[in-house]
Design a protein around this ligand. Structure first.
Ligand code: GLU
Length: 368
């Protein structure tokens, strides 16, 4: 299907602006933010609702304080973000005011996505901002985000935001004009419908020296979005009128399109959460959960990997380590070690185990 056809029904768009797209030598370049403000305002005038995810706080802080961001300890980077976030927001505010638009700062951590009530609170706030005709400008709350509660990069954050605001398209603006099978190719791949190991390995590991993401985090973000049946474009933020051209369906950048899926909002939320471990199940259990719509019982579990507690998200994988489903687990990894392979009648008799009929209830997992 043509892009113009695919994009026809798009109303809500998340635009992720990478550090390299708005800085020059660790300084926020107002002219670059102005370019995006102009394009986004034009899109809004055409009826699109736009949510921005922006990077650049740490680089901006480094610029203001005359420091290099490389080789800094985490608290120092967080301090740079504290300085830089204010500078960044001030530039967005100034640039958008020229076009008569208001912006609102929203800082999120992965922890805000983990708890369903906080997730819903964040959703309500973002929807309220959009209803008030204010453009949400989102970044990771770098000053408090340590490993445990961190998205880690804004490509991942923007995939979460996409799900949070139930957008129809995510545009990742970067310093590369798409996904290349081989960097020697004259053009990037234009359309990706499926992400396989080949694409993952071609995504490699390199990013720019400015941002945190690289092609790997972009492909991961695409995978998250495709699981929701959504669409994402990687495009070069420095190209003239790039956002308007992408939305017009022009053949630019790489478009990732997922297959349409019908899952409720809670299951979408589960699919976006970070996995804490995996449980390996036998073929009988694979059949039970995929074909017979059954819950996952301890009897079908053969191995447990990682450390997790009750309520965490785990991937359910088959004996070949291929992910089959993802869900909220009723037992900790320690408990699962004790009960794996056992029948419920046996588990009930084990002292100290807080008994549940299912390891993962079928309402609490999504098939992958
Ligand atoms: N949150 C970081 C910042 O504002 C950016 C992370 C990234 O580049 O992905 O500097």
């Amino acid at each position: 299907m043509e892009r113009t056809e695919l994009f026809k029904k798009i109303k809500r768009v998340v635009v992720k602006i990478g550090t390299s797209s708005i800085t020059v030598d660790d300084r926020i370049a107002a002219s670059k933010i102005d370019g995006f403000a102009r394009q986004i305002s034009a899109l809004r005038n055409c009826g699109y609702e736009v949510v921005i995810v922006t990077s650049g706080a740490i680089s901006a802080g480094a610029g203001v304080l005359g420091m290099k961001r490389s080789n800094l300890a985490i608290p120092e980077k967080q301090a740079l973000a504290a300085v830089g976030q204010a500078v960044l927001m001030n530039e967005y505010k100034t640039c958008f005011s020229v076009y008569g638009s208001n912006v609102g700062q929203v800082l999120l951590t992965e922890d805000d996505m983990r708890h369903r009530t906080r997730f819903l609170n964040a959703r309500n706030t973002l929807n309220a901002l959009i209803t008030m005709n204010v453009i949400p400008v989102i970044n990771e709350n770098d000053t408090v985000a340590v490993n445990e509660i961190k998205f880690g990069d804004n490509d991942t954050l923007s995939a979460h935001v996409y799900s949070l605001v139930e957008a129809e398209l995510l545009v990742l603006l970067s310093d590369i004009d798409g996904f290349y099978n081989d960097l020697k190719d004259p053009e990037p791949v234009r359309l990706i419908n499926r992400i396989n190991d080949d694409i993952r390995s071609r995504a490699g590991g390199t990013g720019t020296t400015h941002g945190t993401g690289g092609m790997v985090t972009k492909v991961n973000a695409a995978e998250m979005i495709m699981r929701l049946g959504g669409m994402m474009v990687i495009a070069d933020g420095s190209e003239e009128s790039i956002l308007e051209r992408v939305l017009a369906g022009e053949m630019t950048g790489t478009l990732f399109v997922g297959q349409s899926v019908k899952i409720n909002s809670r299951k979408k939320w589960i699919s976006m959460r970070k996995c804490k471990g995996t449980v390996v199940i036998d073929d009988g259990a694979v059949n039970a959960i995929t074909c017979n719509k059954k819950s996952l019982l301890a009897a079908g579990i053969t191995r447990v990997n990682g450390r997790f507690v009750m309520g965490d998200i785990v991937d359910i994988v088959n004996s070949g380590d291929v992910p089959v489903a993802r869900g909220i687990v009723n037992y900790s990894s320690d408990e699962l070690e004790q009960i794996k392979g056992k029948k419920n009648s046996e588990i009930r008799r084990i002292p100290g185990i807080n008994y549940f009929d299912e390891v993962i209830n079928r309402d609490d997992f999504i098939l992958l």
